[in-house]
Each structure stands twice: as structure tokens, then as C-alpha cells.
Design a protein around this ligand. Sequence first.
Ligand code: B3K
Ligand code: ZN
Length: 883
Amino acid sequence: MRTNQPTTIRLSEYKVPAHLVDAVDLRFELFDNGARVHSTLTVRRNPESAEEFAPLELDGDSLKLEQVILDGRELMAGNDYDETGAQLVIARVPAQFELTVVTWIEPQNNTRLEGLYKSSGMFCTQCEAEGFRCITYFPDRPDVMARYRTRIEADKASCPVLLSNGNDVDRGDLEGGRHFVTWEDPFPKPSYLFALVAGDLVEKQDTFTTCSGREIDLRIFVEPRNAAKCQHAMDSLKRSMRWDEEVYGREYDLDIFMIVAVDDFNMGAMENKGLNIFNSSCVLASQETATDLAFQRIESIVAHEYFHNWSGNRVTCRDWFQLSLKEGFTVFRDSTFSADMGSPTVKRIEDVTLLRTAQFAEDAGPMAHPVRPASYMEISNFYTLTIYEKGAEVVRMIHTLLGPELFRKGSDLYFERHDGQAVTTDDFVKAMEDASGRDLTQFRLWYDQAGTPVLTVSDVYDSERGVYSLKIQQAIPDTPGQTNKKPQHIPFALGLLGAEGEALPLRLVSTEDAASAPTERVLELTKASHTFEFHGLTQKPVPSLLRHFSAPVRLVYPWSREQLVFLMSHDPDGFNRWDAGQRLAVDVIQSLVDSSGTVDIDSRLVEAYRTLLADRTLDQALVAKMLHLPSEAYLIELADSPDVAAIHRTREQVLSHLATSLRDELVACYHRNMDDGEYEVTPESVARRSLKNTALAWLLMINDNTGRDLALQQLREADNMTDRMGALRALVNSDYAEERSQALADFYEHFQSDPQVVEQWFSVQASSDRAGQLPQIQALLKHPAFDWKNPNKIRSVIGVFAGQNLAAFHNPDGSGYSFLADQVCRLDDSNPQIAARLVAPLTRWKKFAPAYSALMRTALERIRNKAELSADLYEVVHKSLEA
Ligand code: B3K
Ligand code: ZN
């Protein structure tokens, strides 16, 4: 077991840096057996620091120090400086000086994928959050912002392309077949935004003319075999650039913007200044190899990283506790962008599904933390759904409270006031307050209090007075280290519907004119309990609550099934229509689980789905979403002490019942949505494919031979990956064992040379309770295409098994848990970030029914007892065992 507990870093202990770095001059000598890094820093004492004689402290990790020179004088180890594992400390330094540090690193042996490493023969970097210290000694914290000049030297044949941040200012040949390129970035930036790429890449080029008429050179660099798969990312980039000008008034600043695709990457992408580095799976797309979902994901990630140029790079974070300052805001920005590019209702449904399934689970688990955490051990563990998605919801609520115009005034002020600075979430809220004149004091609690607020709503109708009263109570559950929370400021959007589905005027006082009263209002909750009265109502209305999901809360209201069916077909808010369908399905499934299957499946559910399948007037993208039953993960999240096997069984039973009852409608739906036109990724055609593939999946669920034949035909004839994958998935999840094996084998044969498709092929098996039982998962790990060094492969088998194949993972014999523990221990030695992410499903052990939780805990304890536990895994495992 690890004996050294990693240090806890606390927000309350933040101190301004004692030294500032104005300029960084880097020279990289890249070789096959390692790299030498010469770094010259122009340093001065920080006038704002109280520590006048503070030593210079530079962070470092896994570095071989070769030389230290201060103002031209070589320093001696022990005498002039001390090198501990994690720091280089120079006790006496002048007020202003130049420091050169030479280090030797081994990118070829870097399996953590932090700092400088090699992926498919290409050198690349990942510095956020603390990877720059794996390259050279540096005050590696975001409030030290410097101007960088970077010269890269490498073998010209193996690394013809040499890239870094900013503009390319010099290049030339060197002896021995080597060459160099020098890059200069005029914008001061924190070290986490530094990037370098060197390799044999081809580029796709384009240009973008900004609103002020500047022409920007756009380039996407990929390995030669991927040259034809960049168009979609390029188009997405241009749309993002235009949108950020139009919606936020943000123009791009450098002359060139580059994206590089890398196969081995710990996450999706990285917003390095002017040189975004992407996981290949988040850039490369073609009709033949990428699904609609992948196309949409690429568009949103390209946008997200591009938007960071302002929300993150020009205005950055003071410290890592402020991570949501850039991530929450940027997710809000990319999500609004995607909504504008496609269907806003569908985008909202997708965002809320993720939030309610996964972020709410995080908020209720041992790693629960506020949007602005108060402490951490390993910052990599805090790139969470809370920081990103809940953070985005918090910004969305400010947008709702202020309205679009004042919000834009606020964001303008924020960018103008803090351009070139490293700031806090408080600065963001302050700019919103100053621009709008609104007091957001209480609202700030959203940043400091963890946990998902619960809103309990009850209503009474007084027919004599014609008054409908709505009582809304809020409570915020305890989370690790936080109890007795204060009420938060919550925007609560609602409408009321009459018996015919008509939107009723919302009159808060009896004197209000019915004709001018709005039919939707945003109520502001600030107290533990509020009662609102709505006047002039001649009948008890059906409430449409928390429209658009106006706040990230759990909503409790005693809906009757009649009300839900009614809202499903009448609510003018598309989001709430979908939500009513989800609540109805959840209610039906839950009551079956609770009664151990002794009650009948409510025929209203079947009829509601029948109506949906027949409805041609409703937005088909919404219908496609409404047809998806709540996921197992969501049902588990909603349950206390869930019995996973029972939930899985019951959900399948409901699905089979629906499919059997609606069999003819499903066949008709399939035929109606068979695409005959050109493949395009528009909301309409995505919806058609989704409807068609849902129908197929349902038909195969009940072993319908027509469905099977349609799936086989679709697999043979499809001209796009969405349809191929839809058919393959349906077969894999069916009982047609022979067809399943054949389809999987043929698919692999056809696509084996494409890593992104092979990842999908792994996932479709790992997520299936038919094809992904433990022995099959173990076989996938031995498959020649599986690669322990490649995070995408690891995620597509191990991550998908533990996160999506819930019945198999939660096998009551504990084998799934023990398997995950083994893989996590193995991965911790090579890539701790990935190990700490993969362990997440085990950390929620307390939630599950006792038979499961005891076994989950045992698996976690085994990980805790591993020798040499990384700080990443230590934090997650200990916090979850101790919570
Ligand atoms: N900022 C990066 C995430 C870095 C994660 C470091 N462990 C990507 C993004 O959110 O845009
Ligand atoms: Zn981001």
C-alpha cells in the first residue's frame, strides 16, 4: 500500500506567485532516444507578493536536470540550488534575472501522456493541467503568464512538420539531415496552453475572413492515411468562428489556427493557443466511418476548443479551483452553438440526459464537490461533470436570470475587463452583476455548495377564488464535508395548461390583465419555501414545471399518469414533452420493479408510444428522442439501493412488451424512414436514421424475423456508418447468435485498418449484455487490435463494459468488479489519469443494494492495497472508501 498520502491543496491557502515570468525562450532538440529542452526564463519578483526574499521555486516531474545558469553563471547543485523530486529551488535570486535550465526527457517512454510524448511516431504534448513540468522546470501554475518563443529541431525526414503556438517566424536546415522551425506567440499565456507537435503529417488548408476583414490561415494536420477525413472538422471550425463573432462579438486573434489529430490522447481535445491538439476520434470523420453522433460530437468539440481562445486563453484561470470559469462557460457556449446549428430541443434533451444520469450521480457520490472546489489532491481528478456540465448549467441560469441582452453585456464586460488576466469565477459573476445591475450574491452559492438541490412541489386549486397555488420547497442534500446548506437562487420556468391543452395566462395578482399576462414565467426561488398564486383560473390546470430544465435540480411532484400522457402530447415546451414521456416510462418501470413484476404493464404507456410512432406533425427529431426509454444508468441513479439485475430485466421486459404490441407500427416506421437521398447530417435526416434504427433495435429485441432480415440487408447496403452501426448493434443485442457472430466478423474484416471504427466495434460488443459477458470482454483484451497504451481502446472495452453494460458489470458474483479492479491496477502503473477515471463505477458502492455494495467495496480495497498507488488513484479510492 502507498504510505505517502498525497498533499491536499486548498483554495483558502492560495497565494500570489512570488515570481513572475515575462518571457520563455525554448529550444527543443528532438531525437529518437529522447529530447533535450533548453529553457530560458525572464523572471522578476512579483510586486504583489508579500514574500520579498522568497526563493525561486520551479515545478518539475520526471526530468533529468543537466544545467542551470543564472544571469550567465552556471549554478551548482547543493550549493546554489536544490532539486527535490518535484521542485527545483534556488534560495537566493536577484529581483530580476534570466535563468536557463537544460533538461533531458524521454518522450518515447512517456506512457502517462502528460508533457511531451510520442504517439504513432509523432511527438506531441499535453500540458493541462500540470504537464509542462514534465518538460522543463517552471512555475507551472496558470497565474504565471508569459510570452513564448519556441525553436524545435528534429530530423527532417521523420519530422517534416514542426509546430508550436503562435506564428511561424523562422525556419531552416541544420547539419545531419536535421531542420528547425521557430514559433512566436505574442499573447501571454499560462504554461498549460503550451503545445508542440513534430511528425510526418499532411495538412488540410482553408481560410477564414474575420469580421474585421483579416484573413486567417486554417490548417488541420493529420497522418497521411487520414487526409480525406478533415472536411467536417474544417467546416465546423469555420462555423464556430463565425458564430463566436456573431453571438459573443469575439474575433480570432492570431494569423493562423491549427488543429492536429493524435491517436493516443487521454481525453477529447486540448485548446492550446493557436494549436489545438485533438484525439483523432474527435476530428476525423467520413460518411463511411463516422456515425451521426460522431459528426455532432466533432462539431461540438471543435467549437468548444475554439471558443476557449477567449473563454480560457485570453482570459484564463487564476488557479485550478477556478477550472469551471473556463470549462463551465465554454460548455455553455458550445452547447448554445450546437443548439443554433441543429435542434435546440434535442440538444437540451441530450445535455439534460447526461446531467441527470451522470452529474447527479457524481453529486450524490463520494467525490461530490462544488463547481468551485475548496480542495483537491490531484487536479486531474477534477475534470468532472460537475465542473463542466453543472458549471455550464450555472452559467445558463445567469443567462436565464439576466436575459440575452444583459448577459451579452456581461460577457463583453468580462472579456474587456479581464483580457490577458488570470481570474476567478467571482470575477465572472461580478462582471455579470456590474453589467446588469442585478445582485447575484445568493446566486454565488451555486459555486460553493455541492449537491443537487431537490425541489418538492405541491399544488392546490381553490375553485371558489379561481386561484391555483403552487408551493415549492427546496432542500440541498449533505455531501462529503458539507452539511446544513443554505437555499440557493433558482430560476424556475413554468407554464399552466388547460383541459384542451391551451396555454393559460399566468396572472400573479388578480388585477393583472389576462390578455397581456404571459403564458410562461420564470419564478425566482430564493427561500426554502415559496408559495405562488395564479389567478383567474376556471379549472385546475396541469402544470408544466421547470420548463427547458431551467435549473439543475431534482424535481419532485406527484404527477398522475394521466397528467404525464397529457403533457406528452400537449406541452408547448418540447423539452417537457419529452420529460413527461421519460417520467411516465420511469414510473411504469419502477412500479414493476417494486412489485417484482406482478403488476401489468400500463397500457397507457403502449398507447402513448403508439401515438408517437404515428405522429407525423411533431418534430421527428423530438419523436426520435421520445422513443428512447430511460437508460438503465438513469433508472439506477433514480433508485435507492438499486437491484441492477431487476432493473435490467424489467426494462427489457417493458421494451419487449412495447415492441410486441407495436410490431406493425415499428415495421412501418422503419420503411417510412428508409433514406433514399444523399447522406447529410441535418436534424431531419439524423432523426430519420435514428427512428429507423430504433425501430430495428426494437424488432430484434423480440426476435422478429422481418427485423432480422431488414438488419442484414441494411448492414450489406448501407452507405453510411450510422446505418451500418445501427444494424450491427441491433443484431449484436439480439438472440440471433449466428448472425451476430457473422456480422461482427464481417464488419471487422472490412474496417480493421481504421482505428476509430475498430473502437466502435469494440464498444458495440462491450456494451451488450449478449456479446459482452466477462469471458468475451477478456477475449477482446487479447484481440490483436487492442492496445494497452491507447486510451481510446481501453475506454472502448473496459470503460464501456463498466459504464454501459451494467447487468454484466454488476454480475452478482462480483466478477465484473474484480475484473475492473485488476485492469485499474494494471493501468495505474502506465497511465494514472486513465486508471483514476476508469475506477469511477466502483466508487459508488454505497448506493447499491447490500449484496452488490459489499463486493464493490472489496474490489476497491484491493486497489487501495496496491503497491505504489498513484496520487490520482489514491485520491479517488480513499475518498470513496472513507466517505
Ligand atoms: N481543457 C482540456 C481538458 C484538459 C484535461 C486535463 N486533464 C479540454 C477541454 O476541456 O477543452
Ligand atoms: Zn474545455
